[in-house]
Design a protein around this ligand. Structure first.
Ligand SMILES: [Zn+2]
Length: 359
């Protein structure tokens, strides 16, 4: 029978992780990216019991490329203040971070600006190899160093990459949202504290959206294409949208802060605001599963046009995980304005069926 970590073990892990974030030495942003990558991968294909999880270094490297891609573009938010110069943000205190310069070189050599397109290039595999070497040499070596010693409580090295210690995949899944927020906050603070970034940052304060959210331009393309595909119909209430449609994250961004095309649905502003950061009810889950299965090819094309990642397998695992979390927390799901239902096991059953089909 499967064994699960106890609540005490979950908490002990979280306490250690917080210690690592507050006492660890962060000369570059790599370690934040590594933590985020491990948490994302644990949600994508880890499990809730105590089994260890093998993760190839190349998988971590691909996550790094996802996270740093947007950050290798010049920082600007459209509103430029007088004291500001355009430039690429420094990710470490010394010379340019190698992951950043590798991505820049790859982009310039192949003349591509979107990560979705980049993955279709043959040379992308070489970029992954190079980033994997940096990740292995640097953050993987140093992440678990605290206060002059090493405490390997997250992973050990394996022949192909790292192996998460027994129970760690489960801890990372349980605290995914919290870990993302902690890592992102520290990442932002790190960039702000770097003197070389001061002239680039100016007075503005939209770093979070620049670093971690899909840019408005891409969202505009998603909105336009979804409107065409679904004749401007609101995903939730089925009504026609007469003004500008909202693009809603079906699995709330606050739960899983990574944009995947299959997670976007078109909604009335009012429906979107009412649903807010709440998981959607059973009938919406069923419609969503139908939509992403039936319009698989259209959604992949929209992802490519907008430069957003398309990954049906991962979003299904994320959905399964998020409803499991909601179920354990005794949360309610949103049906429509003012109406909620308790999250039962049914959600995960529906999704398990789909996952079984797609394996
Ligand atoms: Zn609506």
């Amino acid at each position: 029978m499967a064994q699960y970590p106890s609540s005490d073990q979950h908490l002990a892990f979280l306490v250690k992780l917080q210690r690592l974030l507050s006492e660890g030495d962060f000369t570059a942003t790599y370690k934040f990216a590594l933590l985020m990558a491990l948490a994302d991968i644990a949600v994508g294909r880890g499990h809730d019991d105590v089994r260890p999880l093998d993760i190839p270094m190349r998988d971590i490297a691909e996550k790094f490329i996802d996270y740093y891609w947007q950050q290798t573009m010049p920082y600007s938010s459209g509103l430029k203040s007088a004291d500001q110069t355009t430039g690429i943000l420094s990710q470490n205190m010394g010379t340019t971070a190698k992951v950043v310069s590798d991505i820049q070189k790859f982009r310039n050599a192949n003349h591509i600006d979107s990560i979705a397109r980049a993955k279709q290039f043959k040379a992308f595999s070489k970029l992954v190899t190079s980033v994997a070497q940096t990740v292995s040499k640097q953050p993987v070596t140093y992440l678990q160093n605290i206060a002059g010693g090493t405490d390997p409580f997250v992973y050990d090295r394996s022949a192909i990459g790292v192996q998460l210690k027994p129970g760690v995949s489960s801890h990372l899944r349980k605290f995914h949202g919290l870990i993302q927020r902690m890592a992102r906050d520290r990442w932002i603070r790190h960039i702000k504290s770097n003197k070389r970034n001061i002239p680039i940052l100016g007075q503005k304060d939209d770093l979070h959206s620049f670093l971690f959210e899909t840019n408005r331009n891409a969202l505009g393309i998603v909105s336009k294409n979804l409107s065409k595909l679904f004749s401007k119909k609101c995903f939730y209430c089925g009504g026609r949208i007469n003004d500008t449609p909202d693009v809603d994250h079906f699995i709330p961004f606050s739960m899983y802060g990574r944009d995947i095309a299959q997670n976007f649905v078109l909604a009335h502003g009012a429906c979107n605001r009412s649903k807010s950061d709440i998981l959607a009810a059973k009938r919406h889950v069923e419609n969503w599963l139908q939509q992403i299965t039936r319009y698989q090819d259209n959604i992949s094309q929209i992802a490519l046009d907008a430069g957003v990642i398309s990954d049906q397998q991962t979003i299904l695992s994320v959905a399964k995980w998020s409803y499991q979390q909601g179920h354990e927390a005794g949360a309610h799901a949103w049906v429509k304005k003012g109406e909620f239902e308790r999250i039962g096991n049914l959600h995960s059953q529906v999704i398990t069926t789909i996952l079984d089909c797609s394996d």
